[in-house]
Design a protein around this ligand. Structure first.
Ligand code: ZN
Length: 159
């Protein structure tokens, strides 16, 4: 077993000089992923803790070259953390009310499907809703491509 002995400033304030050094196990490559999983994913470690906490915990026992970057990459790649992360985009405009408009001035359009295919081959429904009156129309469509979608929308607006 290979050790690396380092002096730490953070953990050792006020300790005698001989206690200011810690032994770290130089972890072989084949065990690094297990260590990352154990320190980040497991509930015993706190469950999906941040990269600095993972790094600091790992650093108390283990060492390998480029460990800090490996921890950052591992936490960044954690699906569960990415889903739970709050969107902190400062450029995101606030949600506001849509302006009031008259009848048939603004439509809401959506495509439903794929649904059970009809004997004529229709599989989708183009749903058009008037924002003012909430009047809605549905048009059967064979595909949901833009060409058919725009043709049906025009057909609806010209009626
Ligand atoms: Zn995570």
């Amino acid at each position: 077993m290979v050790f690396k002995i380092i002096g730490t400033k953070k953990r050792c304030r006020g300790l005698a000089e001989e206690f200011k050094r810690i032994k770290q196990i130089a972890l072989p490559k084949c065990l690094r992923l297990d260590a990352l999983k154990s320190y980040h994913d497991s509930l015993a470690s706190g469950g999906h803790i941040g990269r600095e906490k993972v790094y600091n915990s790992l650093m108390e026992k283990y060492w390998w070259n480029n460990m800090h970057q490996n921890v950052i990459d591992y936490v960044k790649s954690c699906d569960r953390c990415q889903r739970a992360k709050q969107n902190c985009n400062p450029n995101r405009p606030p949600l506001t009310k849509m302006p009031q408009v008259g009848r048939f001035d603004r439509w809401h359009i959506d495509v439903l499907g794929p649904l059970t295919k009809s004997p004529d081959g229709y599989e989708y429904v183009l749903l058009v809703v008037d924002a003012f009156s909430r009047w809605c129309e549905g048009f059967p469509m064979k595909t949901q491509n833009a060409k058919e979608n725009s043709r049906k929308s025009l057909q609806w607006s010209c009626n």
